[in-house]
Each structure stands twice: as C-alpha cells, then as structure tokens.
Ligand binder design. Structure first.
Ligand code: FMN
Length: 163
C-alpha cells in the first residue's frame, strides 16, 4: 500500500555532492555546495547548476558567465560542510579554510585543487523556473587526477572515492 508524501520537495534522491567554484569581476574567488546539478546534454556536453539568487556566488556566475563543478572525494567533508554553510559575503571562504586552488584552464574561475575531478563550463543559457536560477553550461573541459584516467582518457569512476 502506497501513501502520498506530504513533503514533495527534493523528491529526486540522492542529491549529487558538488562544489561549484566561481570568480567575480574583481578577481574574488568563491565556492558553494550545489545539489541542483545535472548533465543536460551529451553533444555538446552540457551541465546545469541551480543557484539561488541570494547566494553570494550567484552574481559571480552571472558576471563571469562561467563556473567549475568540482567533485569532492572522501576526506573533504570539513571543507564541503563549510562551503555549504558559510557565505563568501561574510569573508574569504578559501582563506578561512586554507582551501588549495588554482586557475581553471579554459574559464575565468578557480578550481579546488584537492578535488579529483573538475568540469569547466561556460554559461550558454539560464532560466529561473522557481527558486533556483538554472545556469546551463557548455562543458569546455573535464579533467581528473592522472591516476583516475585510463589511456583513452576515460575517467575511472569506480576508483574514485567520491563523497
Ligand atoms: C547539501 C547541500 C546542497 C545545497 N545545494 C544548493 C544548491 O543546489 N543551490 C544553491 O544555491 N545552494 C545550495 N546549497 C546552499 C549553499 O551551498 C550555501 O547557502 C552556501 O553557504 C552559499 O555560499 P555563498 O553565499 O558563498 O555563495 C546547498 C547546501 C547544502 C548543504
């Protein structure tokens, strides 16, 4: 016997664990936890991130037209928790957590160096169907730690201990 749930929010589970990093026009870096993240096109490859306009990161993605989706691995729980609960509006989150970062390769954003996989995206479209602005990003590059790639360049997903 099935019973209808009263709470219909976040019914699609599990929610992906991603960290989206971005940069404003003055060069300030930031990152936040994004559970609203999905593949939306195979060719060209595209990925969507949903960001609530009140997040400090929101204007950064709007301004720069790009973002990086970083996939954190086990051991990054503390940083994940911090980036998903504190706002860059109240101070530099990277400095506060000593987060290692470097410039992305194809877009104007930082990558979180200690995450094993990075997806660099340029925004091609955005829509606001409800609470989150959905930024659809064309995937410019995906890269991973050397040990997680086979000789053909496929990512060895089963070998990465993602969060
Ligand atoms: C599990 C989890 C999932 C989240 N998913 C999203 C999301 O999809 N979109 C969003 O805008 N905020 C999401 N958040 C909230 C932001 O990560 C959080 O508000 C963050 O502190 C915003 O940082 P910022 O103000 O520096 O951008 C999520 C938080 C957690 C813990």
């Amino acid at each position: 016997m099935k019973r209808e749930a009263k709470n219909t929010m976040l019914a699609l589970q599990p929610i992906p664990k991603t960290l989206v990093s971005c940069r404003d026009r003055d060069g300030r870096n930031n990152a936040l936890v994004v559970g609203f993240c999905a593949n939306v096109s195979l060719s060209p490859a595209m990925v969507m991130v949903g960001i609530v306009p009140s997040r400090y990161s929101h204007h950064m993605v709007k301004e720069s037209g790009c973002f990086v989706v970083n996939l954190p691995a086990k051991g990054y729980e503390k940083e994940y928790g911090f980036l998903g609960s504190k706002s860059g509006r109240d101070g530099d989150k990277f400095a506060a957590m000593n987060i290692a970062w470097e410039d992305a390769r194809y877009v104007d954003a930082p990558i979180l160096s200690d995450c094993p996989v990075h997806i660099e995206c340029k925004v091609v479209e955005s829509i606001m169907p409800g609470t989150h602005e959905l930024f659809i990003g064309k995937v410019e590059a995906v890269y991973a730690n050397e040990e997680y790639l086979d000789e053909k360049g496929n990512i060895l997903w089963d070998q990465i201990d993602l969060l």
